[in-house]
Design a protein around this ligand. Sequence first.
Ligand code: PGA
Length: 249
Amino acid sequence: MSRSPLVVGNWKMHGSQGFIKDFFANFQCDPGRVNVAIVPPYIYLPLLQTYAANIRVQWGAQNVSAQQQGAYTGEVSVSMLQDFQCQYVLVGHSERRCLYGETDADVREKCKVALQAGLQPIVCVGESWAAREAGEAVAVITAQCEVVLSGIELTDHLIFAYEPVWAIGTGKVPTVEQVQTVHAAIRRTVEKYDNEIAKRMRILYGGSVKPSNCSDLFSAPDVDGGLIGGASLQPHVFKEVIEICNKSC
Ligand code: PGA
């Protein structure tokens, strides 16, 4: 089953207007078969769009409210993301879960509104180091996926990203075997809900991805691309990751 690979740059809370201008001045990339997207801080979406719309780069947001509109100070709704032609939205990134207390139920509600609106939610799942050490990684991740899958209407738009919490921004990466085991477990979990969608679903790996380690990671059969933090802030490095994905995925 061939799935179009996807590489998403998660800029987190980095950047400025000047940074975006410089980034695109230096980002010449032929992504081949790879879909490429960047998720900047909300406020930079309109500016990023003016550059990305001219090249083969899509965009999206790092978070979304589960509410449609109303008195929710500081929140951004799914229709606002659509207003800026977002295609993707991260849901349940571990920084949202760990630092802002997002629960599995919050993640499910956000995923639900994104799917209902036709956006592609990238639902992030991953285990802590303690869970990995205790041999509970697959159980933790399967449970995170189940909460989402059992409460949504599954469509081809759903994307999962496996991001071990201990690998994010640390330079540590799991082995290719560990990554493949988790990705296969995620796909098996989705199969219980819809076998065909499971075959077509893209499952990304994220956590300290860089040019020197991504060829092996992207070669694993159930890895369909990457969610890239630090390495997506440097145009030449991000381009290299995309080109390696085009060869390996
Ligand atoms: P990293 O971040 O590539 O800097 O580890 C990945 C992420 O948090 O999405």
